[in-house]
Design a protein around this ligand. Structure first.
Ligand code: ACO
Length: 434
């Protein structure tokens, strides 16, 4: 076998297998473990997929030890400083930055998909008055599958993937804003395509039909930045869910809906809402030590929300950017945010504490994003839907990459069975205790 290989020997039988080692542009080399199953009849056991590569991808690279995040090769810091959310969406999907003409065509083509079928509005009416917006968003995005569905569609070869991307990106602000409007008994607002992507979203969320609406440009820029930072993040839980759903050659809106379900949990996208609950509960910088001690206590399930990451064992580069913007935004909008003081004290104490140092637990992107959303007067239960809105660009880029992958196969993990041995059925009357 040419190239680098790894030999694995089963000491019980003396049989060996040679597995190819695959090298990417960056990152740890990857062992192609398929010969293990073929030749030794063994599988790899990796709960949580911490040591498993499930696909080849050219979209996003992250180095958790160095705190590096690249989209199509461009560092997140440069994109945050110079780009816009829709440009980053173009980059994720097309692989290259657009020229001026391509950018203007892209923006226009997204605007052509900001409306939804009028019947979509009736779906919202079925939700309870106090439904969580993530539950509504998951449902209505899934419902769009019925508006863009042909029986037996070959999603790999017979669909226009770019059109699908434009539909998803164009409609998400409309769908997410309606979750908020429904919860608050407000009339739905149609998109206004004379506005930018983010401004249009704010308009659909916050405007009154009776009044002109002019959002604060600082707030628009801050939100655009948050959307850039949330646009994609490699093979995280929700993205892997979208890929797994897509691997059965399923409708893309159904796949995005599955991603939304996974994002909702507090260990993932739901952390931004959980962070603000936590900071409110802590209340004052003087109480921080008590909560840090709780997080360290093995007999207490309490965790500091917004701390820790499966891959980053260094400062999350997105958290660094957000932290700076948080300072600037609060100063620029002249906002007094006691919550920010609590967050700074929490970060300060935790980063000096041996428990967090030894486990390499640093603030992640969601530690600060909730404070920014709060400063922008976004209701707390809308934080995660807004994350979903931004991440849907990454999800659809990853879905397209999967659909166009020559190595496409349905995702089908194996397991280590630890249940009963084979046994025969016993009629109920003959079972013990009858
Ligand atoms: N507070 C206190 N201790 C923690 C925390 C935390 N936030 N996170 C991890 N630890 C501890 C664990 O108790 C464990 O300690 P041990 O080795 O003594 O048992 C050790 O650090 C490793 O933790 P794991 O749970 O094994 O790490 P894993 O990679 O599986 O989980 C996760 C990562 C889910 C992000 C975790 O750190 C967490 O729950 N953080 C809080 C929730 C959060 O902020 N999620 C957002 C993630 S970013 C995103 O999805 C956008």
């Amino acid at each position: 076998m040419a190239g680098r290989t790894v030999v694995i020997t089963d000491k019980a039988t003396g049989k060996s297998v040679e597995c190819p080692v695959l090298e990417g542009t960056y990152g740890a080399p990857v062992i192609d473990s398929r010969p293990l199953a073929r030749e030794l009849g063994m599988f790899v056991h990796d709960i949580g997929f911490g040591a498993t590569s499930a696909c080849r991808s050219a979209i996003t690279y992250l180095d958790g030890d160095q705190g590096i995040l690249l989209h199509r090769g461009y560092p997140i810091e440069q994109l945050a400083e110079n780009s816009s959310f829709t440009e980053v969406a173009y980059l994720l999907i097309h692989g290259e930055l657009p020229n001026a003409r391509q950018m203007s065509e892209w923006d226009h083509s997204i605007k052509m998909h900001t409306m939804t079928h009028e019947h979509v509005n009736t779906f919202y009416q079925g939700y309870r008055y106090d439904a969580h917006p993530m539950s509504m968003l998951q449902g209505v995005v899934g419902a769009l599958a019925s508006f863009y569905h042909e029986p037996q569609t070959d999603y790999r070869h017979d669909t226009d993937h770019l059109l699908t991307a434009r539909r998803v990106i164009g409609k998400m602000p409309n769908l997410a804003s309606k979750c908020y409007r429904y919860s608050n008994g407000l009339p739905f607002v149609y998109p206004d395509n004379s506005r930018s992507y983010v401004e249009n979203f704010m308009y659909m969320m916050f405007s009154w039909p009776t009044e002109p609406y002019h959002p604060n440009p600082t707030a628009v820029r801050a939100l655009d930045l948050l959307f850039i930072l949330h646009a994609d993040h490699e093979q995280n839980a929700s993205t892997s869910t979208v890929r797994l759903a897509g691997s059965s050659e399923n409708n893309p809106f159904a796949c995005i809906s599955a991603g939304i379900a996974t994002l909702w949990g507090k260990a993932h996208g739901g952390a931004n809402e959980a962070v603000v609950h936590m900071l409110e509960e802590i209340g004052s910088p003087a109480n921080v030590r008590k909560y840090v001690d709780r997080a360290k206590d093995k007999n207490d399930n309490y965790r500091l929300m917004g701390f820790g990451h499966r891959v980053y064992k260094n400062y999350d580069p997105r958290a660094k950017i957000i932290r700076k913007v948080c300072h600037e935004l609060l100063t620029e909008l002249s906002l007094d945010q006691p919550m920010f003081e609590v967050a700074l004290e929490l970060e300060n104490i935790a980063l000096k504490d041996d428990y967090f140092i030894e486990r390499k637990l640093y603030p992640n992107v969601d530690f600060y994003s909730g404070i920014i959303y709060r400063a922008l007067k976004i209701p707390m239960n809308m934080f995660t839907p807004m994350f979903a809105l931004a991440r849907s660009t990454g999800w659809i880029a990853q879905w397209i990459e999967l659909m166009e992958d020559e190595d496409f196969r349905i995702g089908r993990p194996r397991q280590l069975y630890v249940g009963s041995e084979r046994r025969d059925y016993v009629p109920v009357a003959e079972r013990s205790g009858a």
